[in-house]
Write a new protein. Sequence first.
Length: 103
Amino acid sequence: MYKEDFSLRLARLRNQMNVSARDMSLSIGQNPGYINNIESGKALPSMSMFFYICEYLGITPAEFFKEDIKSPEKIRKITKKITALDDESLDCLALLIEKLSNK
């Protein structure tokens, strides 16, 4: 993933949370323009700040780089709930997913 891809991915994930770059910057303890500088390609976060950013977004660092997952925080929430389902419910869910994916 290149610097530009990193910036675009961060902006997309932040926008999915409906939070401004300024609010996110302040929430992770940085100056108001910190996230904007990253998203505009002027800077990259340190490794420790990258971990804070992922924590703020509710995703793992690996999920950040998996661009094929459009909404990793939503997938994680759904996965957590799925693990509590019984076999009959899982079968119903599997059928629903199959029908939805064929559209």
